[in-house]
Design a protein around this ligand. Structure first.
Ligand SMILES: [Zn+2]
Length: 299
């Protein structure tokens, strides 16, 4: 999917990982690729163009223009902010190639010029003249003063440390455990009725994260590992709980239940299938938590 590389080469733009940087008709353009292996709707290119202050009136007219030219522009959605225009380019059905990028930029910049919108040349941090360098905020290239950039990086590091250092109380992890237990109930009920649907444990991880958040937790680096461990433990233990429950119902011991070859086979299958699907759910939620971490990057 890394066709940004091809576009950068075609247009003679700079490339950094999955992002291309170029100047087109005087406008600084950042074009990055978002790739999702789990959701095809999350495959898109993000186009960002910093602008000098956009008045509310110009923003309104620009919005009308984009909506009127929806088809050619191929935007999934777009945002007109005070200092930036950004849009997600739809490539669900058809790849965006260099010629499309040029076509989109031509259409867009023609309208910018008609509305009197100019490329941002002032510092992104203080909005004063005489920028002397560039800065990258979440990969988007902006003009800046070097002194403002250094100050922003310093402040950003402080904020990050504060958030990372703020511990999640016991309460949020207990809520995560409760979430996981609630999340495993559909599976347990299924088994109780004789449906060994391991697939149902796929939701346990999400339930654990939901519980964690409801308990006031915020995603830090360790969260994804702790909640993954909690989820897998709850999924595996639920199988023991179910067997124990059956044993109590029949007034026998746990070992008695497993002394039957047939029940033992079912138990092992339950363990394996629930752990497998539980793990798939955990991987999905792991990615989600990682995204929710404080991840603004200033360079
Ligand atoms: Zn500045």
């Amino acid at each position: 999917m890394a066709f940004v590389k091809k576009i950068a080469a075609d247009l003679n733009w700079d490339l950094n990982k999955n992002t291309a940087y170029g100047v087109y008709k005087g406008f600084q353009v950042t074009l990055s690729q978002n790739v999702s292996y789990t959701n095809s709707q999350n495959n898109f290119k993000l186009l960002s163009i910093p602008l000098e202050p956009v008045s509310a009136e110009a923003a309104g007219m620009l919005q009308n223009y984009v909506v009127a030219n929806k088809k050619e522009l191929r935007f999934i959605d777009f945002a007109v902010e005070k200092h930036m225009f950004s849009a997600r380019l739809n490539e669900m059905f058809k790849q965006i190639k260099s010629e499309h990028v040029i076509n989109i930029l031509d259409l867009l910049i023609k309208e910018f010029q008609e509305l009197g919108l100019t490329p941002k040349t002032t510092c992104v941090y203080c909005n004063e003249e005489e920028s002397d360098t560039f800065t990258y905020i979440n990969g988007i290239k902006f003009p800046a003063h070097d002194r403002c950039k250094q100050e922003a990086i310093r402040k950003h590091e402080e904020t990050k440390k504060e958030i990372e250092g703020e511990p999640n109380g016991m309460k949020s992890y207990v809520a995560g455990i409760i979430g996981a237990v609630i999340g495993v109930i559909p599976y347990a009920i299924g088994v109780w009725f004789g449906w060994y649907i391991g697939l149902l444990t796929i939701i346990t991880g999400f339930a654990a994260y939901k519980g964690f958040q409801m308990g006031g937790g915020h995603a830090v680096k360790s969260t994804k590992y702790i909640l993954s461990a909690i989820t897998l433990a709850v999924v595996i233990l639920s199988n023991f709980g179910i067997i124990e429950f059956i044993a109590i119902q029949y007034g026998v011991s746990f070992a008695d239940v497993l002394s039957f070859q047939e029940l033992r086979d079912i138990f092992y299958e339950m363990l394996a299938m629930s752990a497998l699907f539980g793990l798939i759910g955990v991987i999905a939620v792991f990615v989600k938590i990682k995204r929710d971490e404080f991840n603004t990057v200033i360079e």
